[in-house]
Design a protein. Structure first.
Length: 289
């Protein structure tokens, strides 16, 4: 076991677990915050690409460029819907729904990559969806509920997160630095026509600090820690350590904001995360993992 890689991945997931709280401290709406995040991450990752010397070794591939473009779009939509969910509902509920993504990867991967789903995976998927319904609560599917849009945002974020992971599986020749930097550049360019630039004039210097932190720390540094570590660790360890992210987010939500899920939601979260850990703990690779 590579202890350094385990530490790097644990640190990356711990940092990302606090992104929901930093987003609330920026005073920016989802679109404007994601734009700052893309710009800051582009500069950071671009500098890392040059400093590490990977720009001299890069081998460009036309097919992979198309995949990176598609991955950039799905990743951008993933972020937009996730931060919109943070605006509308508790971080705990948003991050729980967001972690439907691994299950969606299992399902879609079984069709796209013709990978046979095991009985373990089918059972976990069934329990996972039951847990999701419980998290959304008795009013979760009623359009009149004030939390309905936020919950839909969380589910859509999971869908696009899963799409990003599935597309990313096919990118292997381009370095991590170039791949992530290009994704940030594409995200920046796509957002330029839609950003409300006047929103930046209304935020305080301390809020600018939080916004920049989400770009450099929660995106640039986390990306490097994450992608550097997962190449040196078994899939089972990676799958398990990813759950440090929601664990940190939920603990912070309870301790800082005072949010307490009701009994039905708590049971749903136990079912959701329990089924995910059970599905991903397989001793041999399964669909989408």
């Amino acid at each position: 076991m590579n202890k350094k890689a385990v530490f790097q991945l644990s640190l990356a997931m711990t940092i990302f677990g606090s992104v929901g709280f930093f987003s609330g401290l920026t005073g920016l709406r989802a679109l404007e915050l994601v734009f700052v995040r893309c710009v800051c991450a582009t500069l950071f990752l671009g500098a890392a690409w040059v400093v590490t010397g990977h720009h001299k070794q890069e081998k460009w591939n036309a097919k992979e460029m198309r995949l990176i473009l598609a991955c950039a779009v799905t990743n951008l939509l993933n972020w937009l819907f996730l931060f919109r969910a943070f605006e509308r509902i508790s971080v705990t509920i948003a991050i729980s729904l967001y972690h439907l993504a691994p299950i969606l990867v299992l399902i879609v991967g079984s069709f796209l990559f013709r990978e046979r789903l095991s009985l373990r995976s089918v059972g976990a998927i069934s329990v996972c969806f039951a847990g999701t319904i419980m998290i959304m609560g008795t009013d979760g599917f009623r359009v009149s509920s004030p939390d309905w849009i936020g919950m839909m945002d969380g589910v859509l974020a999971a869908v696009f997160y899963a799409a990003t992971m599935i597309i990313g599986k096919s990118i292997s020749k381009t370095s991590v630095y170039a791949t992530t930097m290009l994704q940030m550049i594409v995200g920046t360019l796509l957002l330029v026509p839609f950003v409300h630039y006047g929103a930046y004039a209304d935020i305080l210097p301390v809020q600018w600090t939080y916004a920049i932190i989400t770009g450099i720390v929660h995106t640039g540094i986390v990306y490097l820690l994450f992608f550097n570590s997962i190449r040196q660790l078994p899939t089972g360890i990676v799958s398990f350590l990813i759950f440090v992210d929601p664990a940190v987010a939920i603990v912070l939500d309870v301790l800082i904001t005072g949010f307490h899920p009701n009994g039905l939601q708590s049971a749903g979260m136990l079912l959701l995360f329990g089924s995910l850990i059970y599905a991903l703990k397989s001793p041999r690779p399964e669909a989408g993992v």
